[in-house]
Design a protein around this ligand. Structure first.
Ligand SMILES: Nc1ncnc2c1ncn2[C@@H]1O[C@H](COP(=O)(O)OP(=O)(O)OP(=O)(O)O)[C@@H](O)[C@H]1O
Ligand SMILES: [Mg+2]
Length: 304
């Protein structure tokens, strides 16, 4: 079972303003800055966040490490993660980087979704200028040689886990005032259809209607990337993967090989580690099937 860390709310130092959920920063016993993200809406973001980071680990992707957590007193569930930004560094969000590239980029109007200017081309251009993630995330698979190659892996993860939330404040750079590095992947809580109700999961698992079954369902996942700023709809998560993968043959091959090597029993073992109070048996079964379906689609769709 994944361990659950108890968080003392009286230690809260500052509320994190970015993002949609209640969260606060505190300093842990080792003097490390830690973020608690509360899951007050019962939408499964806590298990999805924890599981997604473990799946990112199976691929060998640089990622923020999340642990299940519970707020002392209220018992409110959530997750914690250490800050990925050392004290004297700054974390620059994707929208800031895109604004520096194009002064007309809508970085400040509060919108995170349906930002058509968040195109594959614009994002790739910005990410290409970054260094590989810094230590302790420097070690990446052989064949991955640039920040863009790493980012392409983030997009593969998103397609695998059906993460629809890689908007321009959910990827970032780390700046030490000398160099600018791609930040590790973070905020994967809006994935694996975590907010479906269990009766819908059950129905989709058992229906004879092919339009309601998992293979049809997973094809609806949309990314936050656009092919062109004139498009009205964002790319699907698989289309986004294909568009990014087309930018680096070696990244495409390397990340697909990593996914192909993921053992289904390892995924099952991770799913079994989530406490039942946070993830029901039907949710576990549905999530495993969703991951298998997406994995097979990705691996089979690979170019020779
Ligand atoms: N590990 C971390 N290190 C440094 N900053 C972080 C970390 N995790 C989150 N943040 C900061 O807090 C913000 C909000 O966190 P996060 O994106 O995880 O929350 P969220 O509410 O799930 O966001 P969203 O509205 O995108 O779903 C991030 O955009 C980032 O600025
Ligand atoms: Mg976020």
């Amino acid at each position: 079972m994944f361990t659950t860390v108890t968080v003392d709310p009286s230690k809260a130092e500052s509320l994190e303003q970015l993002g949609t959920k209640r969260k606060f920063w505190f300093t842990d016993d080792k003097g490390v800055r830690v973020l608690f993200k509360a899951e007050e809406r019962n939408t499964g973001e806590d298990w999805a966040e924890k599981l997604a980071c473990e799946l990112a680990g199976l691929l060998g992707l640089p990622h923020v490490q999340y642990e299940l957590a519970e707020e002392q007193g209220s018992g409110i569930p959530g997750v914690i993660c250490e800050s990925c930004s050392p004290a004297s560094w700054s974390l620059m969000m994707g929208n800031e980087l895109l604004l520096a590239r194009d002064p007309a980029y809508p970085a400040d109007d509060g919108r995170k979704y349906k930002v058509r200017e968040h195109t594959v081309e614009a994002v790739a251009e910005v990410v290409r200028k970054l260094e590989l993630p810094p230590d302790p995330w420097r070690t990446v698979p052989v064949g991955i040689v640039s920040a863009l190659d790493v980012f392409i892996g983030y997009v593969l993860l998103d397609a695998w886990i059906a993460n629809q939330d890689r908007h321009h404040q959910n990827w970032a750079a780390l700046d030490d005032s000398q160099k600018r590095y791609l930040a590790p992947s973070f905020d994967h809580g809006a994935s694996m259809a975590r907010n479906l109700q269990d009766d819908e999961r059950q129905e989709r698992l058992t229906t004879r209607d092919a339009n309601r079954q998992i293979p049809a369902f997973v094809r609806k996942a949309r990314s936050a990337f656009y092919a062109q700023a004139s498009d009205t709809k964002p790319l699907g998560t698989f289309e986004a993967w294909q568009a990014f993968a087309a930018l680096s043959q070696s990244a495409e091959t390397t990340w697909l090989d990593r996914l192909r090597a993921v053992d289904e029993t390892e995924v099952a073992r991770l799913l079994a580690e989530v406490p039942t109070g946070r993830m029901s048996p039907v949710c576990r079964e549905f999530t495993q099937k969703l991951l298998t379906e997406n994995k097979n689609r990705l691996v089979e769709g690979a170019k020779p």
